[in-house]
Design a binder for this molecule. Structure first.
Ligand code: DGY
Length: 320
């Protein structure tokens, strides 16, 4: 008999759904987000756990509405900003997420964004696809190199460290802004800068890799952008609201920020439409962890975590 009974309230890749069905007693409700909450609650009744996405806000009201049988919320994401962890703990719910297994994919995406911003990928793609390309020219779409530049990483957790590792291979120096400095074996020579303004003034490119919290919401505002070197690059693979869109858009328009590479936005998928008119904005539709390898491993991480909880063990991907 399967040890955990779960409602999967989202559409996952077929292979992941098959893996879940093979290991857990699973019911699948792919369109749960478009259904009224009472319908979800009725389907959940009697089940131990709920698997959902970061796009489903799990606030105190949602948690209060869950049937008593539900003991675990498992989010198919590393991000936890959509979950009221205090309310989950107060209710005695376990919360699982998917750390580590998507680090490489997201770090690779950060490098894609950095390169796309530095080398004017949006304009290049537009030029060739529009048929307007006139051939090679020394003045055409001149970008900047990453080699020899300083990358500032906001949030030097697992993903931040993955970005640093890859950026070093491009000949970049790394500095980072975190509440606490990392142990030397994790920092690998990256310089910790505790002061946000000094950090921003010392870098040629900023990679945002921190979780969205009340502390980081709106971090990249007009005042902080003004502290950045003229012509710096900005990359965001974390969460849109870490950036103040008005401030970043104004800086992209003025050129104070040379270019931005963004995979995440406030109010996805309805991003601020002004980004779409900016040739120096290289935009991706939140595909940071979207690889075959990550998707498969994210599913496996939740299966293992739910199985461990059902067996009375404490899984490493439990946060509450
Ligand atoms: C994550 O894993 O947090 C991704 O951003 C998808 O939600």
């Amino acid at each position: 008999m399967k040890s955990c009974s779960v409602l999967v309230a989202c559409k996952l890749p077929d292979e992941v759904e098959q893996d879940i069905a093979a290991h857990l007693d699973a019911d699948f409700m792919a369109d749960a987000r478009s259904r009224p909450l009472p319908e979800l609650v009725a389907r959940l009744d009697g089940r131990d756990a709920l698997i959902l996405l970061a796009m489903t806000p799990v606030d105190a009201d949602f948690i209060a509405a869950l049937p008593a049988s539900v003991k675990t919320i498992a989010t198919y994401s590393v991000g936890l900003d959509h979950i009221d962890l205090a309310a989950a703990r107060a209710r005695g719910l376990a919360v699982l997420h998917t750390p580590d297994v998507l680090t490489d994919a997201v770090a690779e995406t950060a490098l894609l964004l950095l390169l796309g911003a530095a080398r004017r990928a949006t304009e290049s793609i537009d030029l060739i696809r529009s048929g307007a390309w006139q051939g090679w020219s020394p003045t055409q779409l001149v970008g900047v190199e990453l080699t020899g530049k300083t990358l500032g990483i906001l949030g030097m957790g697992r993903i931040g460290q993955g970005i640093a590792e890859r950026a070093r291979a491009f000949g970049m120096q790394i500095t980072y802004h975190n509440r606490k400095p990392l142990a030397p074996e994790l920092a690998k020579g990256a310089v910790h800068q505790a002061d946000a303004m000094a950090f921003l003034g010392a870098i040629d490119a900023l990679a945002i890799a921190c979780p969205l919290t009340e502390e980081t919401r709106g971090f990249l505002n007009a005042e902080r952008i003004a502290a950045m070197r003229p012509g710096a690059l900005v990359v965001n693979i974390a969460r849109g609201p870490v950036v103040d869109d008005d401030a970043l858009i104004a800086a992209l328009e003025s050129g104070h920020v040379r270019a931005a590479g963004l995979d995440v936005f406030t109010n996805e998928p309805k991003l601020d439409p002004r980004y779409l008119d900016l040739p120096n904005a290289f935009l991706l539709p939140h595909i940071g962890s979207s690889t075959v390898e990550s998707r498969r491993a994210m599913g496996r991480t939740l299966i293992d975590g739910l199985t461990a909880l059902a067996d009375g063990r404490d899984p490493p991907n439990r946060v509450a």
